[in-house]
Ligand binder design. Structure first.
Ligand SMILES: Cc1cc2nc3c(=O)[nH]c(=O)nc-3n(C[C@H](O)[C@H](O)[C@H](O)COP(=O)(O)OP(=O)(O)OC[C@H]3O[C@@H](n4cnc5c(N)ncnc54)[C@H](O)[C@@H]3O)c2cc1C
Length: 326
């Protein structure tokens, strides 16, 4: 692997604030580049936003398009390789993005090796004019996050379950700080652009159904179906500026109605669990070095919106590249 230490070739002590999919991916990438890495994370893995993601490879509510496509394409390749090992929880899975307008915006397909257009009405649900069918990574976060954590542990990344209240505390653990605290990054960066985008899901027992579906132009509300190994994640909502973490039974009823209309095979599947998460929404994903008031380097890596998993490895590589410029 390329030497991505610093310009002078030094290994650094790096403190990463955040142990979600972004913090842990950055930790592995920086560790593999030869740095001494400590992750400072407040929440258990299962309590992060990352654990609530579907999660399918699909750029949703993230910009700018050129960087998102580049990070997304790299992440696609990394996940494709990880899918060879079932322990990762990553699978390459066929599915469809449904289109309800005659001229859908297919910008994201640039990062996908092969996409087929389905336009035979007999193969499409009512109201759907066409679909993009492709095979992309589907990441079962209930396996993937523990796998990422185990990789960090095995490679010597230190993890401390602790809440940081100021970046000063993070500098006690490293001479470089990576800020990867998702929506909470705002507490340290005072970033007016960072906003919650609330997402509610309901999970069904998986009856052996593995195709994913995204119907983000459904007139009755955002709809997606993402099979995990044991459950099927059904969503959803994307309410910008909403901080509420309480489950809304009316939202759930709407999601179930839309999902069952699209996929009759799921009509009888019982509910197994429910979740609400706050996506870290931002006008643009932030991956940049901004020195603190004392001139110490802080690499900001947050604001991934609905694409944190989709962009994770590409952004982690970008963070390692920024470190190499220090
Ligand atoms: C319903 C839903 C569905 C989604 N589906 C998808 C999908 O299909 N595909 C996709 O790519 N993305 C999806 N996303 C988006 C994805 O979940 C996020 O973009 C991603 O999880 C962001 O990761 P993160 O590591 O930045 O943040 P988080 O997962 O929120 O992690 C933040 C970390 O920072 C730590 N932290 C916070 N504050 C502090 C502090 N003060 N001190 C120490 N540690 C702190 C937390 O404990 C945690 O470890 C979905 C999101 C939701 C809500």
């Amino acid at each position: 692997m390329a030497d991505l230490r610093t310009r002078e070739g030094h290994a650094l002590r790096v403190a990463i604030v955040g142990g979600g999919v972004i913090g842990l991916s950055c930790a592995l990438e920086l560790r593999d580049a030869g740095h001494d890495v400590t992750v400072l994370a407040r929440d258990e893995l299962g309590d992060t936003t990352s654990a609530r993601a579907g999660a399918v490879w699909f750029p949703f509510r993230s910009a700018p398009a050129d960087r998102v496509l580049a990070w997304g394409a790299r992440t696609f390749e990394r996940f494709e390789a990880l899918a060879a090992d079932p322990a990762t929880g990553v699978r390459m899975q066929r599915g469809r993005v449904l289109h309800r307008s005659p001229a859908p915006d297919l910008w994201w397909t640039v990062a996908v090796p092969s996409v087929t257009t389905i336009d035979d009405p007999a193969e499409l649900p009512d109201g759907v004019l066409s679909a993009s069918e492709c095979t992309v990574p589907v990441i079962d976060m209930s396996y993937y996050l523990p796998w990422l954590q185990a990789q960090c542990d095995a490679r010597g990344v230190q993890t401390r379950r602790t809440e940081i209240s100021a970046l000063e505390e993070a500098f006690e653990h490293g001479e470089l700080v990576v800020l990867a605290a998702g929506l909470t990054s705002n507490d340290f960066a005072a970033d007016a652009d960072l906003v919650p985008v609330r997402g509610q899901t309901v999970r069904l027992k998986n009856p052996g159904y593995f195709e994913w579906t995204i119907d983000d132009a459904n007139p009755d509300g955002l709809t997606y179906v993402i099979p995990r190994r044991d459950e099927i994640v059904c969503g959803g909502t994307d309410e910008e500026g909403e901080w509420g973490l309480d489950l809304d039974p009316a939202v759930e009823a709407g999601v179930l109605e839309r999902v069952r209309a699209l996929i009759p095979e799921l009509r009888e599947a019982p509910i197994t669990s429910r979740a609400v998460g706050l996506r870290p929404g931002r006008r643009e994903v932030r991956v940049e070095t901004i020195p603190d008031a004392q001139g110490r380097p802080v690499i900001h890596c947050y604001g991934h919106g609905g694409s944190g998993v989709t962009l994770s490895w590409g952004c982690a590589e970008a963070v390692a590249a920024l470190t190499a410029q220090l």
